[in-house]
Write a protein that binds this ligand. Structure first.
Ligand SMILES: [Zn+2]
Length: 440
């Protein structure tokens, strides 16, 4: 299959006969409840994990949790509680969100505060490689010493960048970044560089080193992290052992609401919990799959209504079909196959709009087959089991399994009997009830 690599700007092959795959995702900073935009890389990696698992590949996925940073410290100070109190509360929310959205659990979810020594050992090695220096009590990474590994992902040219943008006077060079921060504010850890806490950019490379042996087959993150965060990841790894950090870089687009980027200052943040109070997880997945993963999504009422209506219609069709098989004592097939056209769209860089449109075509065909249930029951059983396998197991939708009751079954049999006895008025009365119960 092919995946677009942001680093080379080309679609590159992933061998699906591989036995193992390593994926890294830049995860959330837990200073407040997560919003639906935060879920884009997480739903993307969820589909990747599901699809590779379908191909019997053993996937190791690491999603980090930044549980200490300026925003967490500020929030703790404002609320007069510890940083741990803030981060633990939001980690709990995050885990609830993962469950509510039917996300597969990653292999590792390292938290910065549990991995301070991992990060410090990485910084030690950067010091040994002369990539780090101390200034003003902080430890910085020296971008100039390794600048040939800088800018390839985001197409940034150091010479053309505006140095005035940075106001940290301790740095030797404007693009340098903090590895270890000596701070008066918030929680601090002891280290040979003095009391302090890690800067943001080292955790991901340190975790890739520890959990993925220093290399990710696929590295995922939002497009807003390309610069400087991902450039800083790449240059640190280069200084560490002159090796690449990842094979394929995938960047997901942002999510805008009514054309405006979500931001706290604009007050247009849509928290996951608030979204799920009014909508289900299928609706959010549908919204995400309507656009290519790399494109921005503009969430508006038209898209929301479409998503809600569609997933509701799918659910009701699937319930009817399932009930009809059960009522006729026909066992529903179990499939572990994906329709060819859908799989082709998946293999073309997880082309979500094409995947959805192929899904639509299959469902339209299933609707037609359903209209003549008796005649098409074998083909319907096959198509139905394939589409539900794909929607549930690969795309992560949730459709309840319905069980027909004994009463419903005898009602149906009674309806058939009345028809055969040509007692049409009685049959019609029963038919009405069967329609109400979504059996007909
Ligand atoms: Zn990262």
């Amino acid at each position: 299959m092919k995946i677009f690599n942001t680093l080379t700007q080309k679609k590159e092959s992933i061998d699906l006969s591989k036995k193992t795959l390593k994926i890294y995702v830049c995860g959330p900073t837990v200073y407040s409840e997560l919003h639906i935009g935060n879920m884009r890389p997480l739903i993307l990696v969820d589909v990747l994990m599901r699809y590779f698992k379908h191909h019997k590949i053993q996937v190791t996925t690491v999603i980090n949790i930044t549980d200490i940073d300026d925003k967490i410290i500020l929030s703790a100070k404002q609320k007069n509680v510890t940083e741990k109190h803030i981060s633990e509360m939001h980690i709990k929310n995050y885990k609830d969100n993962q469950k509510m959205l039917n996300l597969l659990t990653p292999t590792h979810e390292p938290q910065v505060t549990n991995e301070i020594n991992t990060i410090l050992s990485y910084i030690d090695r950067l010091f040994d490689s002369k990539a780090a220096y101390k200034a003003g009590g902080n430890v910085y990474f020296s971008v100039k010493s390794f600048s040939k590994a800088y800018g390839q992902l985001s197409n940034q040219n150091l010479e053309k960048m505006d140095e005035a943008l940075d106001n940290d006077k301790n740095k030797k060079y404007f693009a340098d970044f903090v590895l270890w921060k000596n701070t008066d504010e918030g929680i601090k850890w002891d280290s040979k560089y003095g009391k302090g806490r890690p800067g943001w950019h080292t955790q991901c490379v340190a975790f890739i080193e520890k959990f993925l042996d220093g290399f990710a087959d696929i590295h995922i993150g939002g497009v807003d992290l390309k610069f400087p965060h991902h450039e800083n990841e790449i240059i640190q790894k280069y200084a560490y052992d002159q090796k690449p950090l990842a094979n394929i870089w995938m960047h997901n687009g942002s999510l805008n609401i009514f054309g405006v980027k979500m931001s706290k200052s604009l007050g247009n943040i849509l928290k996951i919990k608030d979204f799920l109070d009014k909508n289900d997880s299928n609706t959010l997945r549908y919204i995400f799959y309507k656009s290519s993963y790399e494109a921005p999504i503009n969430l508006n009422s038209i898209l929301l209504t479409e998503a809600k209506t569609k997933v509701k219609a799918w659910n009701s069709l699937f319930q009817k079909i399932s009930k009809n098989f059960q009522i006729r004592d026909t066992i529903l097939q179990e499939s572990n196959e994906i329709d060819t056209e859908i799989e082709q769209a998946i293999q073309d860089d997880f082309n979500f709009p094409n995947i959805l449109s192929e899904v639509e075509k299959k469902i339209t065909k299933i609707q037609t087959l359903y209209k003549n249930f008796e005649k098409n029951s074998v083909e319907l059983n096959e198509s139905f089991s394939r589409i539900t396998y794909c929607l549930k197991k690969i795309l992560g939708f949730v459709f309840e399994d319905v069980q027909i009751t004994i009463e419903e079954k005898s009602l149906y049999k009674n309806w058939c009997l009345k028809k055969s006895q040509m007692k049409y008025q009685e049959a019609d009365e029963i038919r009405k009830i069967l329609i109400e119960k979504s059996i007909l």
